[in-house]
Design a protein. Sequence first.
Length: 122
Amino acid sequence: MTDVIVSKVANCLVPDVSTTGTWMMRAVTRWMGKRMGGLWVGGRITLTATRLEFEPNIVNIALHDGDTNRAIALRDVTAVEDRGGIFTKIVHVDGPDGGVTFRCYGARKVSQRVREAVAAAR
């Protein structure tokens, strides 16, 4: 079993995801997804010594069609970028297939822990 370095409630930007619900809800979220490059999906990020993973919470599993899980092996990370945001900051972990973008409280500390874990994984 891999030791958990960080586990935090977060939202992950998931491209190409659609929602369930009424036609109006689907239309609005489709429009929002095009403008933002995806939809923010609520769940939990977990950083271990080898991976960064995102798992959606039960509500978001029910609201979104398709797989909204995201993961990246730390050995594949090419950059960790801090971005601004309203209320919470945004972290982009770059890698194959575009990487993983998430937002959470304490994002700056989390991004530093990701950088440290990436360095240790190499």
